[in-house]
Design a protein around this ligand. Sequence first.
Ligand SMILES: *Cc1c(COP(=O)(O)O)cnc(C)c1O
Length: 418
Amino acid sequence: MRVIYLSTEEMPRHWYNVLSDLPFELDPPLDPETTNPISPEKLLKIFPEPLLEQEMTKKRFIEIPDEVLKEYLRFRPTPLIRAKFLEEYLDTPAKIFYKYEGVSPTGSHKTNTAIAQVYYNRISGTKVLYTETGAGQWGSALSYAGLKFNIPVKVFMVRVSFEQKPMRKQLMNLFGGDVVPSPSKFTEFGKSFDENHPGSLGIAISEAMEKVLNEEGAKYSLGSVLNHVLLHQTVIGLEIKKQLEKVNLEPDVIIACHGGGSNFGGTVFPFVPDKLSGKNVDFVACEPESCPTLTKGVYRYDFGDSSGLTPLLKMYTLGKDFIPPKIHAGGLRYHGASPIISRLVKEEIIRAESFSQDETFNAARIFAKVEGIVPAPESAHAIAGAIREAKRAKEEKREKVIVFTLSGHGLFDLSAYS
Ligand SMILES: *Cc1c(COP(=O)(O)O)cnc(C)c1O
């Protein structure tokens, strides 16, 4: 069986909350003004109550509301595909599988949380959602979800990506999203930068936050990093578990690319209890050498944005003022990382590897040619990781089972390939 499908009935009905199974407490988010643990009242200015609850809860399973499930079922469950052609090309004894999230309406895993977040904002009376986007994937996903649940979406897009990826802007506009390049003229913080500044996710988040803090009925939506975002993404790993059971296999290595940690966390979290109870499974987060948050960052409290408006999170960080080089994997240019993933790296439950842009795009080209799917530059880091593991398996003459998440397609990123 090359493609392992699940039926509609087999779609998970719950998200999995890894916090319920971790043998340690996470350090709390801190108030940027007092540096004491932040009060829920303050956070309610930024996020609606149901999402805040999900951010803090220790409940193991959280039911997916019917309205959200209905939207998921347009494109989920997504296929798990045996990369037979890649295996042949690499002449490896490893069995390689990839979970393909590019079948979603906007081409990446980001709709999994966008749909949920907009739904909870809808039932909480939010009037408008502000957000930032790097490569445009998150802005597209949130615009699409905004359309489904009827909330206007306003997007600050990192300028370098806005210029490199005009089709992403058109996609956001098609779904009704409003997009401006960041830094922009629409916020005080944005105005403090030079007109041609390339921008960064940290700056774009500051602009969105500034709007939210000054506008009645406005809320903020984040596409990665936070606990509730990773929670929503666990549909990926929960489906993979069921799919591997169908072919009677257990993973030896699970791989995903890492920007803020949402597709990685969504992929591996459902497997974390297995590892904690002694199973020998390796989790590998793949990131760019040019934005090496997990491999070279420092584990400490830092802001999520550049101007210091967000709560402080304990995480691996390159510093809030870090401006990454203009690499093509726009979605992997964030200075920080998910607090849960950061802690799991610290505890050595997860490991991270970094990849040069050359190794990444070589992997992407090979994959496109042999498997027939053009990967997003972000996802190509996971492919590069899987290829490294498959080569190791060949050296060790081991029939390893390698599973990775292909977080999105790269059909809007073709200019990056040239
Ligand atoms: C945004 C994005 C990423 C990186 O974000 P994570 O939160 O780390 O998953 C990876 N792949 C694709 C296709 C993306 O759009």
